[in-house]
Design a protein around this ligand. Structure first.
Ligand code: NDP
Length: 335
């Protein structure tokens, strides 16, 4: 069955353009007929600002695969039309990853035509501002927590380490682990964020060096589980100090993409190294993650870490996030 409601003739988008004068963002009004191919059209109300979006809007290489392009790796809104019949017009939906804002036009537009299979229904009792306050960063943290739990982590097992804890993925991971009853140790390079991390639920806060300084192949067993957003020597140290049959969820490379280590924790302690990829995460796991986010990080718990800004502010915000001046999550009001 095909369900549709009339599309507006035009839509407004923040486009990143490339011409002889270089790469630049510009807000444009475009005919809806020029939306990219896809099976569903979403009336986008909110998007968010991630580091990757900052790179895209600032014209840095490596994120946008072609020009012109609408950035925004996250979006939330309501369905206007769905050729597959999975959704009915008016259904609230969320979309993160699958290459939107990179290979396919993303969330910085009032309309998005996408593959219906990329959408997930917004959990009951949530709204688009909440969903974008979570965004790819919070969704990734949730996937990491689920991966640790699937591999046996239960509350009471002992310390769970989060590295890059004051960042977007890290701080959500701290809050989610604490909400699930785990004892959280937050590792940060920013001492001044210790109170913030404790307010999110960390039982203790340690320095970056306390983890990256663990350089032996097998260190004293300490962590029942690890969520790592840093990579490099931090990941190597955390992995070497993971307890027997503990797991390390590997999310990011904020400190480096190299991993110099040995197989000893794998073969002598049965440690699990778990990869986390939010972009291609299969739909059933996506839905489970969003439902759990709604339970453990309800809207009231996100207040105070979320700021709401307009689409026209995105170019200035992109510079701020690249300079490391943005704290918490930035939700973009696209309308
Ligand atoms: P943020 O920039 O918000 O946070 C990264 C944190 O890492 C910083 O806050 C800082 O934490 C720490 N950090 C930064 N630079 C260094 C360094 N040189 N050495 C050690 N620590 C450092 O990014 P996000 O939280 O949004 O993303 C974290 C990582 O996860 C990124 O690499 C990102 O690309 C990746 N990512 C992966 C996804 C996936 O699907 N796998 C999805 C989303 C993000 P502190 O100040 O506490 O030390």
């Amino acid at each position: 069955m095909t369900t549709t409601s009339p599309l507006p003739d035009t839509y407004r988008a923040l486009r990143v353009l490339k011409d002889d004068s270089g790469i630049r963002p510009e807000i444009q009004t475009l005919p809806s007929a020029e939306l990219p191919a896809g099976t569903a059209v979403v009336h986008v109300s909110h998007s968010s600002l991630n580091y990757k979006d900052g790179l895209a809007v600032a014209g840095r290489p490596g994120v946008l695969r072609r020009y012109p392009m609408t950035p925004g790796i996250d979006l939330a809104g309501t369905v206007l039309a769905d050729e597959t019949g999975t959704y009915t017009p008016g259904d609230p939906v969320i979309l993160t990853g699958w290459g939107i804002g990179e290979r396919h036009d993303g969330g910085y537009a009032t309309l998005a035509r996408v593959d219906s299979g990329w959408l997930v229904p917004a959990p009951q009792g949530t709204d688009a501002v909440w969903a974008m306050g979570i965004g790819t960063a919070g969704f990734t943290a949730m996937l990491a927590v689920l991966a640790l739990e699937t591999h046996g982590l239960t509350p009471g097992d002992g310390e769970v380490l989060v590295t890059g804890a004051a960042g977007g993925v890290g701080s959500t991971a701290v809050a989610l682990l604490a909400a699930a009853g785990h004892t959280v140790t937050a590792s940060t390079g920013r001492e001044q964020e210790a109170d913030y991390l404790r307010s999110l639920g960390a039982s203790s806060v340690i320095s970056r060096e306390e983890v990256s300084g663990l350089t032996r192949p097998l260190e004293k067993e300490r962590w029942a589980g690890v969520i790592d957003t840093v990579g490099g020597t931090t990941l190597a140290g955390a992995y070497a100090a993971t307890r027997t049959h503990g797991s390390v969820a590997v999310c990011g490379l904020a400190g480096g993409s190299d991993l110099h280590t040995t197989v000893f924790p794998l073969i002598l302690r049965g440690v699990n190294l778990l990869g986390i990829d939010s972009v291609t995460c299969p739909t059933p796991l996506r839905c489970a993650a969003w439902d759990r986010l709604a339970r453990d990080l309800p809207p009231a718990r996100l207040k105070g870490v979320t700021q709401l800004r307009g689409l026209s502010e995105v170019p200035a915000l992109a510079d701020e996030i690249l300079a490391g001046h943005v704290r918490g999550r930035t939700v973009i009001d696209v309308q």
